[in-house]
Design a protein around this ligand. Sequence first.
Ligand code: HEC
Ligand code: HEC
Length: 336
Amino acid sequence: MRRLNLFSIASLTALLTLAASCSQEASMQAEAQTPAPTNEPASFVSASAYSRYVDDEGNISLPKDIAMDWAHMGSWAVAKDGGVEGLHNVYAPKEDIEHFRSTGDFADGAIMVKEVRTARGAAHTTGDAHWAEDIQVWFIMVKDTQGRFTDNPLWGDGWGWALYEGKDTTKQVATDYKKDCLGCHIPAKDTDWTYVYGYPALGADVAQFAPQDVEAASAAAAAMTSMAADASGDAMAGEEVFARCASCHSLTPGQHSVGPSLAGFVGRKAGAAEGYNYSSAMAASDVVWSAETLDTHLADVPGFIPGNRMATFFPGGVQDPEERANLVAYLMEAGK
Ligand code: HEC
Ligand code: HEC
């Protein structure tokens, strides 16, 4: 049976229930052999042999009732202006968590859902306590150890990636995981692209992966916000500003000159283009290139990454804020 048919499971369950009314003993035996489905997909997708939440084309469905049926892995409180702006609750099926706890890896087909809710706070007997309100979005990752769905732009780097919005749960809205997801997950690349240290349910070992110092944490934070930040500049005008950089930087992959090629630098750690000999200051930096970090670097070339070699050649950077915004907007596209 290649395709797992949910309807046949449903009718099987109905049969079992029927059997239960005949003989309790018989039904207990049958239940032990046939695990009942724990959770139905809420959306359009039919199951495949690989996963009940993924169809044969790689479409990922939105599982429903996860807070009732799955285990809570952990939560993130996102601070803003001294309060809590959002609460992110992450859930997974219990068996996927058990597999991680015993092996340290996510099993093929393991699924995680991050539910993003707004938060509201008020004085409580515990202090200024915030609680979760409306669902904004659900982020979903499905582990794929086999490199399936190579033609589907929502699959790659060992996962299937999906996004549903609270206002319409029938439509998956992400289009390309490299654009919509990956850049923000780069700080977690070494732990299979997931922020495992945020999930106590995965066991005590994950704590070792937490950011060790403030610098690393803020570099990660810069990478996250950059994806969310709107590039407000005018990319067309920015292309003209790039003429000042072009004497030292090409946009052709691997074509290094005085400076490294800027092909694909967006979302990458500073000092990491292959084949270019960086200063030790840049090579050792925790900075991840985003709209924000690039803007800061160009406003203060000597100061942002102290000791970097661009400061020797081009210390002035780009001082005019509008020119800088346009250049950043251009490079967020051209340097992808
Ligand atoms: C703005 C940056 C950003 C973007 C864009 C982003 N993520 Fe995340 N994601 C994070 C961060 C940071 C966490 C953990 C901390 C948190 O939620 O605040 C996370 C956590 C998750 C989790 C929980 C498991 C884990 O990896 O820790 C899932 C699932 C997830 N993201 C999926 C996605 C998918 C799918 C996309 C694209 C459709 C995406 N994310 C886009 C930053 C981002
Ligand atoms: C006169 C040469 C020169 C000019 C002009 C110049 N840079 Fe650089 N740039 C460098 C050098 C050299 C490095 C490598 C620094 C190091 O290794 O410390 C560098 C590094 C960088 C990096 C880091 C890349 C990486 O892989 O981490 C970025 C981003 C960058 N430059 C952007 C720009 C932008 C944008 C401009 C135009 C406003 C510009 N640079 C103009 C010489 C220059």
